[in-house]
Design a protein around this ligand. Structure first.
Ligand code: ZN
Length: 407
């Protein structure tokens, strides 16, 4: 009871902060995303509903308003005539398709890759419903792209409010997230569902993963843009990351020699380093020290930066340097799994690369050359998490499809 009261109080406080920004997002329609659709009551209700109920509610809204959204169930990879069903409970995995099937942009928006992180199933719904509204920008996007929204990649994880792990025989189990158990899990070959996509043997992936993969690559796609929406729900994370803002991970294929250079460079974090970076920029003879300086004018990085700048422009908080500064002060820093390249922008780092860990967006990038993004949202207020992720999709469609640019 006390916890609920506290959450409500904090939600309200943050909503007040959000509303104080230049644009009042609670009644703002950007022309792509209608932020007024983000409703705290709806979010509170989502906490209590089951996966089939969530899909049913969405279907009813679509039918009632005759919206151009197709509910496509993912087929079983072993039998293309049958819908894939989870074992147990027999849940089907649905995608929401909209836009032009003949378009060159094939866009995937994935929510609830990790079952316990279900707030972005709601973001997926907000995005789908927003895109059905009238307006020239939406028309342009829907004419030039075909969009597949996967609101919950793991319905059983949704059900158990936890995440899936897959062993080398392709069997899935669902456990609460315990960071310190990672090495034990690895010993038995259990790994996080998101990293199973990179396994060389198809047989070592689970049937659910193989069915999703086959659907996105062969039936819908292959994707040209893959976005994966996450939230941090680990116990205690709110104490440290409470209102850390939105973090964007750019999955981009850099050749090995460029990767080596990137991992040897630094992110200008302190004021001293930022001044140093500026001075180096003014002096063409200075040697290379900072990642951002090296990647300047790189098209993939520039677009990612532009998406981040758009999000900031809406008055939405992005992942702040202070968290990196705290990390740097910690005495037990291990190998980095991600490398910071600019404020709130990261790429997969040495740990991922050395261990050969390939996440879903990397996998689609490798197989179909798509651009991949993962976002992490941390805010205590769930409405703000949805807002952040919706703004990310807003910015991504602008920069990747409409080729807008934000300084
Ligand atoms: Zn996640």
């Amino acid at each position: 009871m006390f916890k609920n009261w506290l959450i409500k109080k904090i939600d309200k406080k943050i909503d007040n902060v959000v509303n104080r920004f230049k644009i009042d997002l609670s009644s703002y329609d950007s022309g792509i995303i209608d932020y007024a659709l983000i409703d705290q009551n709806e979010i509170n209700q989502l906490r209590g509903v089951s996966y089939p109920e969530f899909i049913d509610r969405l279907k009813k809204i679509v039918e009632k308003n005759k919206l151009p959204i197709k509910f496509v169930a993912i087929k079983d990879f072993k039998d293309p005539d049958r819908d894939f069903e989870t074992d147990p409970l027999g849940y089907k995995i649905y995608t929401l398709e909209l836009g032009n099937p003949d378009a060159t942009h094939k866009i995937v928006i994935e929510g609830t890759c990790h079952g316990g992180e279900r707030i972005h199933s709601l973001t997926c719904a907000v995005v789908a419903l927003s895109l059905c509204k009238e307006g020239p920008l939406r028309e342009k996007i829907l004419n030039s792209s075909h969009i597949s929204i996967l609101p919950a990649a793991d319905p059983l994880g949704w059900h158990k409010k936890t995440r899936a792990y897959v062993n080398m025989r392709g069997e899935e189990t669902r456990n609460p997230v315990v960071v310190n158990m990672n090495h034990i899990r690895n010993l038995f070959g259990w790994s996080d569902t998101n990293s199973v996509f990179g396994r060389n043997l198809e047989e070592a992936k689970s049937e659910r993963i193989r069915s999703i993969e086959k659907h996105l690559l062969e039936k819908f796609g292959p994707p040209t843009l893959y976005t994966s929406l996450h939230e941090t729900v680990m116990f205690g994370s709110h104490l440290f990351y409470g209102n850390a803002g939105i973090m964007i991970l750019l999955h981009h294929y850099f050749p090995d020699e460029i990767k080596d250079i990137l991992f040897s460079l630094h992110y200008a974090l302190t004021t001293g380093e930022k001044v140093d970076k500026l001075l180096r920029k003014l002096n063409p003879l200075s040697d290379l020290k900072y990642t951002e300086q090296y990647l300047e004018y790189h098209p993939a990085f520039e677009r990612a930066k532009s998406i981040r700048n758009y999000i900031k422009r809406l008055g939405i908080r992005t992942f702040e340097d202070k968290f990196f500064r705290v990390e740097r002060e910690l005495p037990f820093i291990g190998p980095k799994s991600e490398v910071t390249i600019a404020e709130s922008l990261l790429i997969t780092g040495p740990l991922f690369v050395k261990a050969g860990i390939v996440l879903a967006p990397d996998y689609y990038e490798k197989t179909s050359g798509s651009t991949g993004y993962t976002i992490e949202t941390f805010s205590q207020s769930e409405s703000e998490r949805v807002l952040q992720a919706a703004a990310f999709i807003d910015g991504t469609l602008r920069c990747e499809v409409l080729r807008e640019y934000y300084e």
